[in-house]
Ligand binder design. Structure first.
Ligand SMILES: Nc1ncnc2c1ncn2[C@@H]1O[C@H](COP(=O)(O)OP(=O)(O)O)[C@@H](O)[C@H]1O
Ligand SMILES: O=C(CO)[C@@H](O)[C@H](O)COP(=O)(O)O
Length: 473
């Protein structure tokens, strides 16, 4: 039996699945937590990957592996391959001013959308590099190469494979020219064009003042390390691109992922360029494109509501289902981390419509879930496609309350695939694809969730959304 491994190094944790290459049957899995915060030393990702691999029973019997990771994070390496500073993650908003400057310098949002398919906000790597050049010039000068979280982990794996697994933790960094990436993750940098398939080093030079070494961009099915050992390494990709593969998204589908980020994305045969900036024109992991809208506030809104109400996530869901749709007018605008779409990096969350009657844990629980889903309903609208199917995935989709409330907010049925690790599965799929050239994995049918639409929920949310305070008092 040939086995493949898929890794999901996402914001909150690292997950590893080991599947049978021919059928996709799940054989073993493991996971390990990442530290909190929006800047993280990449060594923590490597340590978590090793713990998750160990929990999954190791990779000795695995023929191919692929790593998917949180998009956009800035990993700077010096000439010897050592990390220059903690990586700034996709949800770190300190580069919001740099983003605004870069947009103005190129002549406005349309110029960016035409150049790289997306209008950069603080999440994009290019804005983080501008921030670094302005605020930490010594670190900027030491930066010989820039890569993304999945690129860095793939590169560390490439360097470790020659050693037995117990020694992987101590594997020295490989040469910088072994760094590779893929179209999907490259498209989140702000200096690679999905339409032309080429780096825009001119934009990088303007933003950062220099052009460090960049990872080689591989096609969807290519070895990340040529002439490697017995285990092959696929190119990997960004976590949303891997999720699209893992869930088997096809043209006509919109996938809504409720993880740390909230994302809504569709598979497209053509590149997109939205000058409003709401839709990022990413590439996918198959050679196609993945227009995507991302919010900074999704599953953690429920974590916060659970803390506020003093219950666990299961109880939070039960409470939410006790309150009526619309929570009797209690409305929560979920900008707890600032927001990316709409681009309000300094915003805070707010609660409106408090009365003696709505001041209950059940109302707050319902308002939190509805508010988070309203942000995603806005994301679905921004995608401007008429989906045949809306598929709900991510940690937050494990909540029955989310699955039952989503159709009332979205105004249409949603399909919930069986709970699973679809990002890691997508990576495993890519590894199987590398081995066999084609993959025929069967999947279980998603459960259909239907409910009467309640348009008043979004109407009230739209009325309250502009009434927010910034985080600077
Ligand atoms: N049963 C559940 N109900 C609600 N939320 C859940 C449940 N299980 C997990 N989650 C949420 O899933 C989130 C993690 O989702 P995940 O997709 O793994 O995130 P990421 O990929 O960003 O690291 C946590 O914030 C947690 O709140
Ligand atoms: O920035 C984006 C998409 O553009 C995020 O979706 C990150 O890729 C993080 O994903 P999760 O950890 O929330 O899955």
């Amino acid at each position: 039996m040939t086995l493949v491994a898929g890794v999901d190094s996402s914001t909150q944790s690292c997950k590893v699945v080991i599947r049978e290459a021919s059928t996709g049957r799940l054989v073993r899995q493991g996971r390990a937590a990442h530290p909190g915060g929006t800047e993280v030393h990449p060594a923590h990702w490597w340590a978590a990957l090793l713990r998750a691999v160990e929990e999954a029973g190791g990779l000795d019997d695995v023929a191919a592996v692929s790593v998917a990771g949180q998009q956009h994070g800035m990993v700077c390496l010096d000439e010897s391959g050592h990390v220059v500073r903690d990586a700034l993650l996709w949800n770190d908003t300190r580069s919001a001013g740099a983003a605004a400057d870069l947009v103005a310098e190129l002549g406005g949002p349309t110029a960016w959308a035409e150049a790289v398919g997306s209008v950069p906000v603080a999440s994009f790597t290019v804005t983080k590099l501008r921030w670094l050049a302005e605020h930490e010039p010594a670190n900027a000068r030491r930066t010989a190469a820039v890569c993304l979280p999945h690129d860095w982990l793939t590169w560390r794996l490439a360097g470790a494979l020659a050693l037995p697994f117990p020694s992987w933790a101590d594997a020295p960094p490989p040469p910088l020219d072994l760094l590779v990436t893929d179209r999907g993750d490259a498209s989140g940098t702000g200096y690679w064009s999905p339409a032309t398939g080429a780096y825009r080093t001119d934009l990088l030079k303007s933003a950062f003042g220099a052009v460090p070494l960049l990872p080689r961009v591989l096609g969807p099915v290519a070895d990340a390390v040529s002439g490697g050992g017995p285990m092959r390494i696929a190119p990997g990709t960004g976590d949303n691109m891997a999720a699209a593969l893992g869930v088997g998204a096809r043209p006509g589908d919109v996938v809504v992922s409720i993880g740390t980020s909230g994302t809504a994305f569709a598979v497209s045969d053509t590149p997109t360029a939205d000058p409003s900036g709401a839709v990022a024109g990413f590439a996918d992991a198959t050679g196609r494109f993945l227009p995507l809208v991302c919010t900074l506030n999704a599953a953690r809104v429920m974590d916060a509501a659970a803390r506020l109400t003093g219950v666990d996530l299961d109880r939070l869901g039960e409470l939410a289902l006790q309150a009526p749709p619309g929570a009797d007018g209690l409305t929560l605008v979920p900008y707890l981390e600032g927001e990316r779409t709409p681009n309000l990096p300094a915003a805070t969350g707010s609660v409106h419509g408090l009365t003696l009657a709505t001041a209950t844990p059940a109302h707050l629980a319902r308002a939190a879930i509805e508010g988070m889903l309203c942000g995603l309903a806005d994301a679905l609208d921004a995608l401007a496609v008429t989906p045949e199917r809306v598929l709900l995935i991510g940690g937050g989709a494990r909540s029955e309350a989310v699955r039952r409330i989503a159709p009332t907010v979205f105004g249409r049925p949603v399909l919930a695939p069986p709970p699973g690790e679809y990002v890691a599965d997508g990576a495993a799929y890519q590894a199987a694809w590398l081995l066999d050239g084609e993959v025929h994995w069967s999947s279980r049918s998603p459960a259909v969730h239907e409910a009467d639409p309640v348009p008043a929920i979004r109407a009230r949310y739209a009325a309250t959304r502009p009434h927010i305070l910034d985080r600077t008092p």
